[in-house]
Design a protein around this ligand. Sequence first.
Ligand code: GRF
Length: 203
Amino acid sequence: MLVLAVFVSGRGSNFLSIQRAIAEHRLDARIAVVISNRRDATALESAAALGIPARSFAGVAEAQQVAWMRDTLAEAGVNFIALAGYMKLLPGEIVAAYRHRITNIHPALLPSFGGTGMYGHHVHEAVLSSGAKVSGATVHLVDEEYDRGQIVAQRCVPVLPHDSVESLAARVLEIEHQIYPEALHLFAEDRVEVRGNRTIILS
Ligand code: GRF
């Protein structure tokens, strides 16, 4: 069973989609703790309302943050980390301690439209101005750089002629809510094997 820490910075709709999948028995997991760099993240309120421990390291000195994360993850018995709208790089020590056990969701089809500065509306703006006819969402493993780890799952949506950033973002978000729980389910079933730059999904 996955014992999850979900890292968030804002709204938390992906966190809620993961929690819903667990409640509906589509995902064999338990969210042990929700962690945020921001004290005011709406996701923390949603977690607390669901009785899920919600913690922020906003008041923790930079030099103490790795130790705080290690302790918080260990105390909660976490064996897998899901980043869901988390706007910071995870410290290298945490990436190393949970190698191949950390995922992120990105609102475009990586390896395009990712990397530093590619978050939120910037991603959809870049997709629209590229003229691409499809966008989508990507779940990938997390390494030491933004949006670079091995891809685990992707799904496409069309880019429509009259799309705005908002309409495209909404279409992508809908499939984010489908593929993140599905991708985590693959890990829960131990079906993700990492081979070099790729993942192999075992049937
Ligand atoms: C999502 O679009 C996700 O792909 C990106 O940040 C957004 C977070 O949304 N990484 P939410 O906080 O899960 O609602």
